[in-house]
Write a protein that binds this ligand. Structure first.
Ligand code: OVM
Length: 398
């Protein structure tokens, strides 16, 4: 575009948001890792990092790699964001420290535990209903199950919940360039964003639920009423498409690795590690970006201040420098250190809820299902940030 690569920096002509790349990223991720610690994307004046060690370092060093200028391609210091910035995701300390504290409390293990029995009951009921039938794994499970538990846990009204997935799709596409995927996601943006905005108000949320409880921090004076509403917006943005993609990835992983399903059947204590392996292996959130706050040396290359850096979480999670046989899906492997939930001060604040949801579903499946059988071809659903399926025809063989 206009800038040029920093001295000594390998250059890539790849468009990481090209549909062919999003569909089949692995060969490109390997090339990026092998090119060096950093790579320059000519098309976007963008630096990329794909090695596990470098991605972890950038995620750890929030003072140098900030989030307040946005965690997508748009530099909030230079261009208008598509919506008022998130005050947790797209913020740095000290603001982030305050808002993170509020959502940490609303999403603490003690709060989330209250939903544990309900999640398991919903999962058991769904599995019973679908057992030994041909099912469309994404619509019937990966979307249906999170939609049956998450909106209730947040405290949303019933009508209009169909806006949640389109809004998540908008938000995650908006981290990328203004390409066809972005345009498609935003084709009907206004009514979707309007509904979301209305559900973020205190009065819209059921008493005692996670969303409403965010406003307890407004009562305490920790955040303003408007800030509490923005934090509920974060829950609604980040809480559903992610678990849908995580659930879809779980189905794909076990449908294509039946031996690994047998490991779970034999020892359900492996479920937690297995879900981490699903996340490492598929990385539903493929990338997040940062912006440098100062000049910084990465190996031999000097990045200037104000440089956008895309962190390839998915590439880090399969970096052979960090993992033995990274392309093997192995539910027993030691997978701590994967960056599918990020790392550092911005590491997913909702992961306890996400884990409880999906592990309850896996446990229900392990109880009743001998094999998750693939009975047709999975179809990818492309998004500038998320990688997942639109369809996976399966049979839950009991
Ligand atoms: C937010 C948020 C947080 C995490 C992920 C995300 C769209 C959004 O605070 O709105 O993805």
């Amino acid at each position: 575009m206009s800038q040029s690569a920093p001295d000594g920096c390998p250059v890539s002509n790849l468009d990481p948001f090209d549909e062919a790349v999003l569909r089949d990223p692995y060969v490109h991720h390997a090339e990026l890792r092998d090119a060096g610690s950093v790579v320059w994307f000519d098309k976007y004046d963008l630096i990329g990092m794909a090695r596990h060690g470098d991605v972890r370092e950038a995620l750890s060093n929030w003072e140098t790699y900030c989030s307040g200028r946005g965690v997508g391609l748009t530099d909030f210091a230079k261009e208008e964001p598509w919506r008022p910035p998130s005050i947790i995701l797209e913020a740095d300390p000290p603001l982030h420290t305050r808002t993170r504290g509020v959502l940490s409390r609303a999403l603490s293990a003690a709060e989330i535990d209250r939903f544990s029995d309900t999640f398991r009951q919903k999962a058991d009921a769904l599995v019973s209903e679908l057992l030994n039938r041909d099912v469309e794994g994404i619509a019937d499970i990966a979307e249906a199950y999170p939609l049956s538990v998450f909106p209730d846990a947040v405290g949303l009204v019933s009508s209009g919940r169909e806006n949640l997935l389109p809004y998540g799709s908008m938000a995650f596409n908006a981290f990328g360039p203004r390409n066809a995927l972005f345009e498609e996601a935003f084709a009907n943006a206004q009514p979707v964003a309007e509904w979301i905005g209305a559900q973020c108000q205190r009065e819209a949320l059921a008493e005692g639920c996670i969303g409403r409880n965010v406003f307890l921090s407004a009562d305490d004076g920790e955040v303003s009423e408007d800030e509490a509403a923005l934090l509920v917006r974060s829950l609604l943005t980040a809480g559903l498409d992610t678990t849908v993609h995580g659930t879809g990835a779980m189905l794909l992983a076990f449908a294509s690795h039946p031996d690994q399903w047998q490991v779970l059947k034999e020892d359900p204590r492996v479920i937690r590690n297995a879900f981490n392996e699903v996340l490492r292996f598929y990385s539903p959130v493929q990338t997040f970006m940062r912006t440098t706050t100062r000049e910084v040396n990465v190996g031999e290359v000097i990045l200037p201040e104000g440089q956008k850096v895309v962190l390839f979480l998915a590439a880090a999670n399969r970096d052979p420098r960090a993992w033995d046989n990274p392309d093997d899906f192995d539910v027993r492997r030691r997978n701590v250190g994967h960056v599918a939930f990020g790392h550092g001060i911005h590491v997913c604040v909702g992961q306890t809820l996400a884990r409880m949801e999906i592990q309850a579903l896996i446990a229900a499946l392990v109880d009743r299902v001998e094999q998750i059988e693939l009975v047709g071809h999975p179809q990818w659903r492309l998004n500038n940030t998320l990688r997942g399926l639109s369809q996976i025809p399966i049979r839950l063989r009991g």
